[in-house]
Design a protein around this ligand. Structure first.
Ligand SMILES: *Cc1c(COP(=O)(O)O)cnc(C)c1O
Length: 391
């Protein structure tokens, strides 16, 4: 028996030119060194345990701790979030919430202060209640205007979500991270909406980048996934330990599908995001549309800071129609856009966000996720549905 115990899947970041572009990095991300007669991307390794005679040393011992299919995916995501850095470790999780909870609950204890966004992902209020039940003090402030700056004193951890979901406000990550770290706080950034091709929070000074891979990162609406990346050291070791304790691990099949999907991330993001801008431009001329937000629109309130720290503005456009009824009729009239939650997939989706009750949004607020359809078809469908839902 070979002692490498990696099923031929030894993760070795294939050497890329340091200036390789996003498309090149996406298609090669996390691929192992070529091995004659082996596939380019080795298939999923289904194993609850691994052959392990003698002392139980790694890398692969038990399936809740490590899996070769995760290793390749972790290498791929790490290569996109922190290109060229060997001191960054990436961990994959069963979902974005598993990743978020693993950072928060592994880093804070009773008596600590955590700062969350007041306008972030709709499950954060539940996380807040759980943190408070454990004796953690939670403060919140909006994402826009860097308002979290005002509540940082004494904080142990600052949680940033930019652009925020669903309101699409953007904050200055570098400014907030410097202020928080000067006060001894750790900084985590939820990078779900932007993806690592849109912004790299670790380069902007964050200690952790955390995201749901369920959205544009994998982009097909068929798997849930999450990840955390950060500098190797005690905080990341605690996150790894938390993954082991709660067992919030992705299945090998999901991990492999995610890795396969990453190859098209740049293609999907460029197409979807360019269409999102066209859609936003088409919607802004409509009198029934108010509160239109897309960070890529030059006159969007988020554009100035977004253009400094982001390389792509995402595929989500939000806006408000005059009433709940009008929004429902509009969603009903769409033919190319599914009425469904989530975002980032190749098929466009939209929903009336107020139906969930968690977000502070008007009744007619619509979150639209732009897919990979032909832009002309999509714009035509949206404008036709606006007409059809009038009156
Ligand atoms: C969807 C989402 C999450 C949660 O991810 P899951 O994979 O659904 O657990 C977290 N943060 C943001 C910004 C999201 O959009």
């Amino acid at each position: 028996m070979s002692d490498s115990a990696t099923n031929g899947h030894d993760a070795a970041r294939t050497a890329l030119p340091p200036d390789a572009g996003d498309g090149t990095r996406a298609v090669r991300a996390g691929l192992p060194e070529p091995v004659k007669h082996e596939p380019t991307l080795p298939g999923p390794v289904f194993a609850a345990h691994f052959h392990l005679p003698g002392d139980p040393t790694g890398p692969y011992t038990y399936g809740r701790d490590e899996n070769p299919t995760w290793t390749l995916l972790e290498d791929a995501i790490g290569g996109l979030e922190a290109p060229g850095r060997d001191d960054v470790e990436t961990l994959v999780f069963a979902s974005g919430m598993a990743a978020i909870s693993s950072v928060l609950f592994s880093q804070v204890k009773a008596g600590d202060v955590v700062v969350l966004p007041s306008d972030g992902y709709q499950v954060l209020p539940l996380v807040r209640a759980q943190l408070e039940a454990y004796g953690v003090e939670v403060r919140t402030a909006p994402t826009g205007q860097d308002a979290q700056l005002d509540v940082l004193d004494g904080a142990r951890l600052l949680w940033i979500e930019t652009p925020s979901n669903p309101g699409l406000d953007v904050c200055d990550v570098r400014r907030l991270a410097e202020a928080a770290q000067a006060r001894g706080a750790l900084v985590a950034v939820d990078n779900t909406l932007a993806t690592p091709l849109g912004q790299r929070p670790l380069e902007l000074g964050a200690d952790f980048v955390v995201a749901s891979g369920t959205k544009q990162l994998t982009g097909h609406g068929d798997i849930l996934l999450g990840y955390v990346a950060g500098r190797t050291g005690a905080p990341m070791t605690a996150v790894r330990r938390w993954r082991k304790i709660v067992g919030a691990i992705p299945g090998p099949m999901e991990a492999w599908l995610a890795h396969r999907s990453l190859a098209t991330l740049q293609l999907r993001a460029d197409r979807q995001n360019a269409t999102a801008l066209r859609v936003a431009e088409a919607l802004r001329s409509r009198p029934e549309v108010t509160g239109l937000r897309y960070p890529g629109l030059p006159d969007d309130p988020s554009h100035e800071i977004a253009s400094r720290q982001m390389r792509r503005y995402g595929c989500v456009v939000s806006f408000t129609l005059p009433s709940r009824d009008r929004a429902d009729r509009f969603l009903d009239a769409l033919r190319l856009v599914d009425d469904a939650t989530s975002f980032g997939g190749v098929r466009s989706t939209a929903e009336r966000r107020g139906r969930w009750g968690g977000d502070a949004v008007p009744e007619g607020f619509v979150r639209l996720s732009v897919g990979a359809e032909d832009p002309e078809d999509l714009v035509a469908d949206l404008l036709r549905a606006l007409d059809a839902s009038a009156g």
